[in-house]
Design a protein around this ligand. Structure first.
Ligand code: F6P
Length: 355
């Protein structure tokens, strides 16, 4: 009998997820005795009755490398340790369904899982591996916030989209003597904001790692205007950026507006407009870099299963594809150090961090 691997996506979608799945399937096809099965919509596919699973052969993954999103779908609200189970009165009870999951895997003769996900997802991978599930993780995040891997696919595509947004906002800011604020993703880390600010030529970059004051922002903005009010400025702010000395943690989509409100409170009298880039950053065609990285990780994940190195994650470290134990992955955000060369570069061209 052939050996079966289940592929499960978790968390938000990310350009390159399809390329990982395609790579696993194509690599497995080079061996004679493997079958790859996709779980539709995260763990739902393997946990639902009837199952929602898709047998994946080379034909079924043909052409998907260029496609954004993920054709298997994904879900960030289906933790099998705390899974929403519908009760007879239609209410939802959060329940640990991992015993059921393990039983379903056994019933279907599935011997291992490749789990594609971010930080939160791999806490689940680790817990499952502790329960005896043969699992291999693949890191995925547009935010580049997994510290254990040098790169994560999806990030370069998101940076490109954010940079193109800055490019467009620069011309409209210039045409109207305005301040344009662009809010980009990054709850815990400011990698997208930092890259887009440098590449797009922004004047102010606000990131979670460097708390800012409104006074410092005004100082920079005013320097962009002449006495007669001519001038313009562009701000790139990560959704998780924070005011210095405050515990205010705003939900995504609110920080740009809060900055505008505070600028007005301080009588900053130039015109201001905000743009929230949101989920545009997760969509569209993955860049070549992300497709290649995702393909590398997919091939490596399959080979990791061949080598029976379960309970690990495939990563890129110091130019090499390797594996690390899942327990090392947990809870480590890839924060930008204030000494990072890109912060120094940004400061070196006059970008203000509001600090
Ligand atoms: O973690 C990735 C991320 O894109 C965050 O940057 C963002 O805040 C969040 O996911 C959005 O989640 P959702 O798609 O559930 O709105």
């Amino acid at each position: 009998m052939k050996q079966r691997i289940l592929i499960v996506n978790s968390g938000g979608d990310c350009p390159g997820m399809n390329a990982v799945i395609r790579a696993v399937v194509k690599r497995a096809a080079l061996e004679s005795n493997w079958e790859i099965i996709g779980s539709i919509d995260g763990f739902d596919g393997i946990l639902s009755s009837p199952y929602e699973l898709k047998f994946l052969d080379e034909k079924s993954v043909s052409g998907i490398i260029v496609k954004g999103g993920t054709f298997l779908m994904t879900n960030n609200k289906r933790n099998p340790f705390n899974y929403p189970v519908k009760q007879s009165d239609n209410s939802i009870k959060y329940t640990d369904v991992t015993d059921q999951l393990i039983k379903n895997l056994k019933d279907l003769n599935i011997s291992s899982i490749i789990h594609i996900g971010g930080n939160e997802s791999h806490k689940i991978s680790y817990q499952l591996s502790k329960k005896g599930v043969n699992i291999v993780g693949v890191p995925k995040t547009i935010n580049n916030d997994l510290s254990i891997t040098d790169y994560s696919f999806g990030f370069q595509s998101a940076v490109q989209i954010a940079t193109e947004a800055v490019d467009k906002l620069v011309t409209t800011a210039n045409s109207h003597n305005r301040v344009l604020i662009l809010e980009v993703m990054g709850r815990n880390t400011g990698w997208i904001a930092l890259h887009a600010a440098i590449a797009g030529g922004a004047d102010v970059c606000l990131i979670p790692e460097i708390p800012f004051t409104i006074e410092k922002i005004i100082e920079k903005l005013e320097s962009r205007y002449s006495i007669d009010g001519r001038g313009f400025a562009n701000i790139v702010v990560a959704e998780g950026a924070r005011f210095k000395g405050e515990n205010l943690a705003l939900s995504p989509g609110l920080i740009a507006r809060e900055i505008t409100a505070r600028l007005k409170e301080k009588n900053f009298n130039h015109d201001i407009r905000e743009t929230i880039l949101g989920h545009l950053q997760r969509g569209g065609v993955p860049m070549a870099f992300d497709r290649i990285l995702a393909t590398e990780l997919g091939v490596k994940a399959f080979e990791t299963i061949l080598e029976k190195k379960f309970g690990t994650m495939t990563i890129h470290k110091n130019g090499e594809l390797t594996n690390i134990p899942l327990e090392k992955v947990i809870d480590k955000n890839n924060k930008i150090e204030t000494t990072h060369n890109l912060i120094q570069t940004a400061k070196g061209i006059g970008i203000s961090f509001g600090d």
